[in-house]
Write a protein that binds this ligand. Structure first.
Ligand code: PLZ
Length: 447
C-alpha cells in the first residue's frame, strides 16, 4: 500500500469510489466482530487511513466530509500543523517519565495556559488527567475536600462520563448505565432549563425550579458541588435559557457550593468563545476540559481557584499518565493554532453558515422543531410535526442517508432525535456548504 499522508494537504473534497462502507472497510469490520468487544460500537464503520482539514479518507479510498470532529475533539483539525510538529518533537525527545516521578515543563506550560484562558482573573491552578470522565471525577474529589460535604448535584439530560461516579452523574440509562450499577451514591439530579420541552420557562424561572429541588431534596448546606455542562452535549445540545447559568452560579456562591462547569464538549473555541460560559459572563469555581484541548491526543484538566484546588493534601491527585508529555505538547500546539488563527472567530463564521442552512431546512421540513446551539456547536431537534414528541426514526433515517453519501453526522439527545453538527474549524466553506446540501437531500429523500 502506498503511504497516505493526512493533514490539511489532503484533497478537500467529498469523493465516493465504493459503497459505504466499501469492501476494504467491511473486511476490517469482520475482524472487528471477531476481536473487539461487541459493547464498543461505531457510528459509521468506515476504517480511516488519513484525515485533515474537513475530510476523512477511508480504507477504500473514499473521502468523507467530517461534521463530527471525533465527537468535538479535532477542533483545530485532524493533524493540525502545530499539533503534529510539537507532538513529533516531543516523541523524539521522550515519551513518558510520569509527572509524579520526574516532571517536565510541558505539563506546567499547559497549566499556565489554562490559567490564562479559563474565565476569571483570580489565581488559578490545574491538574491534568487522561479523559473527560477522569477530570469530572477529580473535580468532585477536589470540591468534596474543599467543602467537607458529600452531595453532588447534576441535571436532567447530563452527560459526564462512563466511570462509576460519572455514570451516576450521567442521566441516560441506555446505553451508558444499563446493567452497570450499583452506582456511586450522593449524586442528585435537578431539572434542566430545556426551552423546547419546559414550556419556554425563562432562565430565572428554570433556575428557581432547579434550586427548589436542590434545597428541598438535598439541602444547600449538604452540597459539595453543582456540575453542569453550559451547553449540554450528549443530552441533546441543550442551550439553557438566558440567565439560567448565572442564577445557578449565584446560588452556589451564596451557599458555599463549588460551581463546576463541565466544558469538555463545549470548551476551547467550539462555541465561538474560548469557553461556553464566557457567553454569559459566568466565572465557574472549577472548569473541566478535555476533547478540543489537545487536537486528538488524550488530555483532560481540572482548572480553578488556587485556594479550592490546593485544598487537597499532597499526593492526593494524580495518575500514571495524567498530563503525558506528548499530549501536553499537542495541547500547546492546539492552543497555538487557536490563538494564531483566531479559531473562536472561525467558529462564529462556521456557526453563521450552519444557522442559515438549518433555518432554511426548518422552513422546508416541519419535522424540525428547533434549531439551536452556538458557534460551531449547532443542532436540530426532530419532533412529530406540530408536537414536541421526539422523532427518533426520522433522525436515524436522515443519518443513514448522510452516511451513505459520505457525510459523517452525529446524533444525540435523551430521545435520540437530535442532530448535532460539530465540524472541525479547519473545514472550508465550500465543503461545509456541500455537506449541508447532502443533509438537505437526506430530508427530501426520507420525507
Ligand atoms: N463531559 C460534557 O461530552 C464525553 C462521549 C462519547 P471522556 N462525551 C462523548 C461516548 O459515548 O463515550 C464527555 C462530555 C462531557 C464528560 C465527557 C467524558 O469524556 O473523555 O469520554 O471520558
Amino acid at each position: 500500500m502506498t503511504e497516505i499522508v493526512g493533514g490539511p494537504s489532503l484533497p478537500q473534497q467529498r469523493n465516493l469510489v465504493t459503497e459505504i462502507p466499501g469492501p476494504a472497510s467491511r473486511a476490517v469490520l469482520e475482524r472487528k466482530k471477531t476481536y473487539v468487544a461487541d459493547g464498543v460500537g461505531t457510528t459509521l464503520p468506515v476504517f480511516v487511513t488519513a484525515a485533515g482539514g474537513g475530510v476523512l479518507l477511508d480504507a477504500d479510498g473514499n473521502s468523507l466530509i467530517d461534521l463530527g470532529s471525533g465527537i468535538a475533539v479535532t477542533t483545530v483539525g485532524n493533524a493540525a500543523e502545530k499539533v503534529v510538529e510539537r507532538a513529533k518533537a516531543q516523541l523524539d525527545a521522550f515519551t513518558h517519565t510520569c509527572f509524579m516521578v520526574t516532571p517536565y515543563d510541558g505539563y506546567v506550560d499547559v497549566c499556565e495556559a489554562l490559567a490564562e484562558l479559563t474565565p476569571g482573573d483570580h489565581p488559578k491552578k490545574s491538574a491534568l488527567f487522561n479523559s473527560g470522565a477522569e477530570a469530572v471525577e477529580n473535580a468532585v474529589k477536589i470540591a468534596r475536600v474543599h467543602t467537607g460535604r458529600d452531595a453532588v448535584v447534576v441535571f436532567d439530560h447530563a452527560y459526564h462520563g462512563r466511570t462509576n461516579l460519572t455514570m451516576a452523574m450521567t442521566a441516560k440509562q441506555m446505553p451508558y448505565k444499563h446493567g452497570f450499577g450499583p452506582f456511586a451514591g450522593e449524586v442528585y439530579r435537578a431539572p434542566m432549563s430545556y426551552p423546547l420541552h419546559d414550556g419556554g420557562l425563562s432562565g430565572a424561572e428554570a433556575a428557581a425550579r432547579a434550586i427548589d429541588v436542590i434545597e428541598k431534596q438535598v439541602g444547600g448546606d449538604q452540597v459539595a458541588c453543582v456540575v453542569i455542562e453550559p451547553i449540554q452535549g450528549e443530552g441533546g445540545f441543550i442551550v439553557p435559557a438566558d440567565g439560567f447559568l448565572p442564577a445557578v452560579a449565584e446560588w452556589c456562591r451564596a451557599n458555599g457550593v463549588v460551581f463546576v462547569a463541565d466544558e469538555i464538549q463545549a470548551g476551547f473555541c467550539r462555541t465561538g468563545d474560548w469557553f461556553a460560559v464566557d457567553h454569559e459572563g459566568v466565572v465557574p469555581d472549577l472548569v473541566t476540559t478535555a476533547k478540543g484541548i489537545a487536537g486528538g491526543l488524550p488530555l483532560a484538566a481540572v482548572t480553578g481557584h488556587a485556594e479550592i484546588m490546593d485544598a487537597v493534601h499532597g499526593g492526593g491527585l494524580g495518575g500514571t499518565y495524567g498530563g503525558n508529555p506528548v499530549a501536553c505538547a499537542a495541547a500547546l500546539g492546539s492552543i497555538e493554532e487557536m490563538r494564531t488563527h483566531d479559531l473562536a472567530a472561525r467558529a462564529r463564521e462556521i456557526g453563521a453558515i450552519m444557522q442559515t442552512r438549518l433555518d432554511k431546512l426548518r422552513a422546508d421540513y416541519d419535522v424540525i422543531a428547533e434549531v439551536r446551539g452556538r458557534g460551531a456547536m449547532m443542532a436540530i431537534e426532530l419532533c412529530v410535526p406540530g408536537t414536541t414528541q421526539p422523532d427518533a426514526a426520522r433522525t436515524a433515517a436522515v443519518a443513514a442517508y448522510c452516511h451513505s453519501r459520505g457525510v459523517v453526522v452525529l446524533t444525540c439527545g435523551t430521545w435520540g432525535n437530535v442532530f448535532r453538527f460539530l465540524p472541525p474549524l479547519s473545514i472550508g466553506d465550500d465543503l461545509l456548504e456541500e455537506a449541508f446540501d447532502v443533509v438537505a437531500e437526506a430530508f427530501a429523500a426520507t420525507a
